[in-house]
Design a protein around this ligand. Structure first.
Ligand code: DC
Length: 208
């Protein structure tokens, strides 16, 4: 595999786990673009920068020398050499990350970080196939019913299912504009598929 595979979809559609497994099977790295948006949100929270203040946030991101390490066991984000990864999947970050991800300057900053990585790789996010790597030959878009996605996410969070579902629907609405599937993406509903089944379908499609 020499090209780029993109896997997009809404929160907790399974795209991170699927991208990781597909990349493993292909023997290439995967890139988690959401982790960079999460790092921007976390740094804003931690530094007391108003997430609406785009200029201040971009200055902060440049100053912190943020880097995505596309490690196969799990992507990590470093800022000034510090590993931010353990702080990125929290409800505090969940709450403001859509706000941060709507800023055009932040989107351009994330996209530059992703384009620095030499192919081949599997890239997962919201707009990988439509905006960042429109030339990618293989594009997938994963969906699942909100209740199924909230159940999956609730397993990774201390909060109750109802709170996770509420946040997820709120974030779906906010992320909607950047989350449309690429016209040439294969759309897969994973509500009734296991992780293994989803990965198998993608690999079968890539083989064809
Ligand atoms: O995939 P995730 O839940 O970790 O993404 C975190 C947030 O970042 C989510 O609210 C949407 C945003 N995001 C985005 O706008 N574009 C991407 N390519 C990836 C994530």
């Amino acid at each position: 595999m020499r090209g780029i595979v993109t896997i997009d979809g809404p929160s907790a559609s399974g795209k991170s786990s699927v991208a990781k497994r597909v990349a493993e099977a292909l023997g290439v790295p995967y890139l988690s673009s959401g982790l960079l948006y999460r790092a921007a949100a976390h740094l804003a929270l931690r530094s007391g920068v108003d997430p609406k203040d785009e200029e201040a946030l971009l200055r902060l991101l440049e100053a912190k020398r943020v880097r995505l390490l596309p490690e196969r066991a799990g992507n990590r984000v470093l800022a000034d050499g510090e590993d931010l990864t353990p702080f990125l999947h929290t409800l505090e970050v969940d709450r403001i990350v859509s706000e941060v991800a709507r800023l055009p300057g932040v989107r351009a900053w994330v996209n530059r970080r992703l384009k620095e990585v030499p192919p081949p790789f599997v890239a997962e996010g919201r707009d990988m196939g439509r905006v960042v790597f429109p030339e990618a030959p293989h594009k997938f878009y994963l969906t699942a019913r909100p209740e199924v996605r909230a159940q999956r996410r609730a397993r990774e969070r201390p909060e109750a299912y109802e709170e996770v579902l509420r946040q997820l629907l709120f974030r779906d609405a906010k992320d909607r504009t950047q989350s449309a599937p690429a016209p040439d993406a294969l759309v897969l509903d994973t509500s009734d598929l296991t992780l293994e089944e989803t990965v198998a379908r993608i690999l079968a499609h890539l083989k064809d």
